[in-house]
Design a protein around this ligand. Structure first.
Ligand code: NAP
Length: 289
């Protein structure tokens, strides 16, 4: 039985993998939290790999506090870059397939057409720079690493935009949301599904490596995203559309970070759900429907 290790087990994506794992009894899943297996701890990792034969490592561990990273550069790079290099190295030694997750924030947002994997990267913030470094080091240390770049992730688990909006709609009668950043919201459950498809196909002898984009299909703004959540909840909260300039944050964000997903569609022959369709599922779960 092949064993899949999932790091960062308390996060959004890892929790969705946990839900999905019930439908994959042919694999043994090991989920490790930050406390159980801090990915920057090389000795702990080595000891873990010595004790357990790991066939696939899905690295869901990351430093994801985008604004905080501006004042915690060293920590962001330690977890998102140095530790990822370590993981790639260890995976190479123990012949483990590494699946690592990266972000649309590796781009600078100056494009106006969907971004391809090989397109120019130029992160605008520390988080994006640390994730880009992680991608580079992972591939340098272990060329068989598969990196999935995704965007605007939400889930019924953890903290995210959908849950924040749901809370604000209850607490406030009026809120403001930026309407000049364009991207594709992505349900972590859909990313989890695609990761398992990669693993299933790898098991059948196919080989995947390098960078692959995955996001739900369709393009929107944070404002329209909020309006859609409001619609699903029948909320009366008034949402004002504001420009990014009116909502300054420590970290700059790309104005356009829509990912071109044609590569993954071709590789896996998958249909990618529209963001509104997936959002409906997630809001349904959060609402207990
Ligand atoms: N969220 C987004 O919008 C978004 C967008 C694009 C790409 N991504 C990428 O997608 C991946 C999954 O994101 P997510 O939204 O599931 O993130 P998340 O919910 O923030 O989960 C990340 C998990 O990693 C854990 N972690 C932090 N430092 C660690 C360490 N040193 N060792 C082990 N675990 C550690 C965190 O633990 P604590 O909670 O205890 O700190 C947390 O449980 C990440 O690579 C992220 O960069 C996310």
């Amino acid at each position: 039985m092949a064993t899949i290790l999932v790091t960062g087990a308390n996060g959004q994506l890892a929790n969705e993998l946990k839900v999905l794992s019930a439908g994959f009894p042919q694999y043994q899943f090991l989920f490790t939290t930050k406390d159980e297996l801090p990915i920057e701890n090389t000795a702990a990792l080595t000891s873990f790999f010595e004790k357990n034969k790991i066939d696939y490592l899905i690295n869901c561990a990351a430093y994801t506090a985008v604004d905080k990273a501006e004042s915690e550069k060293e920590k962001a790079f330690l977890i998102n870059a140095v530790a990822v290099a370590n993981l790639a190295n260890i995976c190479s030694i123990y012949q483990t397939k590494l699946i690592h997750i990266s972000t649309d924030y590796v781009y600078d947002g100056s494009a106006n057409v969907p971004l391809k994997e090989e397109g120019k990267t130029a992160p605008l913030n520390i988080y994006g720079a640390s994730k880009l470094k992680g991608e580079e080091l992972a591939l340098e240390k272990n060329s068989s690493t598969l990196i999935i770049r995704t965007s605007w992730v939400y889930s019924s688990f953890g903290n995210n935009f959908v849950k924040t909006m749901m809370r604000l709609f209850k607490e406030k009668s009026e809120i403001s949301v930026v309407d000049d950043q364009f991207g594709s919201p992505t349900y972590a459950a859909d990313i989890a599904g695609v990761i398992m498809k990669f693993i299933e196909e790898t098991k059948q002898g196919k080989s995947f490596s390098g960078i692959v984009n995955y996001s739900n299909s369709g393009v929107t703004t944070w404002y329209e995203f909020a309006e859609e959540i409001k619609l699903l909840l029948n909320s009366n909260c008034k949402i004002n559309a504001i420009p990014t300039a009116a909502y300054p944050t420590p970290a700059k964000r790309p104005l356009y970070s829509v990912l071109d997903t044609s590569k993954i569609k071709k590789l896996l022959e998958v249909e990618i759900p529209d963001w509104k369709e997936s959002l409906k599922k997630c809001v349904g779960i959060l609402n207990g429907d």
